[in-house]
Design a protein around this ligand. Structure first.
Ligand code: MN
Length: 295
């Protein structure tokens, strides 16, 4: 199944170019508390999925391009992200890299991005107004966790995955001569974590270990690789993170970017496409106001 969230936190199942509004079958979906009910939906998925499928039979079908897509896991407790997980990307970073040469998540662990930085095509990406800094796209496969995971061994780790989505790890680059800015801050500006366009459930997607991952800016392809090129694979990332802290339903792991990262500017359109997941299109614009702190 493809699980989407749209407009005013409506829950949808996507089929082709239509989304079916199945909100009435989701407990707590209309009780306010934007988005947190999705974690409970994911936690109870095995029990609730048949009810959603039933609701879909009587639901109205809406054209996908007529809705505003929200992040499909809108309130995860945690977003972990893998650094330096593709060799050709490590090679291209040079002086802009903050991960010590040759080190990966296996040696360094993952970093955090703020859950409040999530967005989807309904809002797009907003860069701080007037900033002269460099902001980059990083095209990544996101893993959405389906059940509590603590000290999970890599052998059985895929059983803890709810599904997969496209994720752009938008990043304000360091300036080689500048301040030693924390990575988590540079990657946590509001809207710097596009997630979507929906979550494809693990049973529908199947094996995630060789998916084509592409990113386009204004129609020009900038990134193209497959998840087979990852250095630290998805099961090992789950083992690593769950060794530190419990992962909860709805939590997100960004699995790292391949080569081809580059700058985005207001007015650009970014499109990320991952095989068997879908394509998410994001308009890039400036925030309405400049940041109170000068970036
Ligand atoms: Mn990244």
């Amino acid at each position: 199944m493809k699980l989407a969230l749209f407009d005013d936190y409506r829950v949808g199942l996507v089929e082709g170019d239509r989304v079916y509004d199945v909100t009435p079958a989701v407990p707590g979906a209309e009780a306010g508390a934007p988005g947190t009910f999705v974690n409970a939906l994911i936690a109870r998925w095995d029990e609730l999925a048949p009810r959603l499928a039933e609701e879909k039979e009587r639901a109205r079908a809406i054209a996908l391009d007529a809705v505003k897509l929200l992040p499909p896991s809108p309130a995860p407790l945690q977003i972990f992200a893998a650094p330096a997980n593709y060799r050709k990307h490590i090679a291209e970073m040079g002086a802009l890299s903050v991960t010590p040469k040759g080190k990966t998540a296996r040696e360094m662990g993952c970093f955090l991005k703020s859950p409040a930085s999530l967005t989807n095509s309904g809002r797009g990406i907003e860069l701080p107004r007037g900033s002269a800094r460099r902001f980059d796209h990083e095209s990544e496969l996101a893993v959405v966790i389906g059940r509590r995971a603590r000290n999970v061994r890599r052998d059985g780790a895929l059983a803890y995955v709810f599904g997969y989505a496209c994720l752009v790890d938008v990043t304000m680059r360091i300036e080689p001569e500048g301040r030693a800015e924390e990575r988590s801050m540079r990657k946590s500006f509001e809207t710097f974590t596009p997630l979507g366009p929906w979550i494809v459930t693990a049973d529908e997607l199947g094996d995630p270990s060789a998916l084509r991952n592409e990113l386009f800016v204004n129609g020009e392809r900038r990134q193209s690789a497959t998840t087979a090129d990852m250095i630290v694979g998805i099961p090992e990332l789950i083992e690593l993170v769950s060794s530190v802290v419990t992962l909860h339903p709805g939590d997100v792991i960004a699995t790292g970017t391949p080569e081809g990262i580059g700058p985005i500017r207001p007015g650009d359109e970014v499109a990320i496409r991952i095989e068997r997941v879908g394509e998410m299109r994001l308009a890039v614009r400036e925030t309405d106001e400049p940041a109170a702190f000068g970036y």
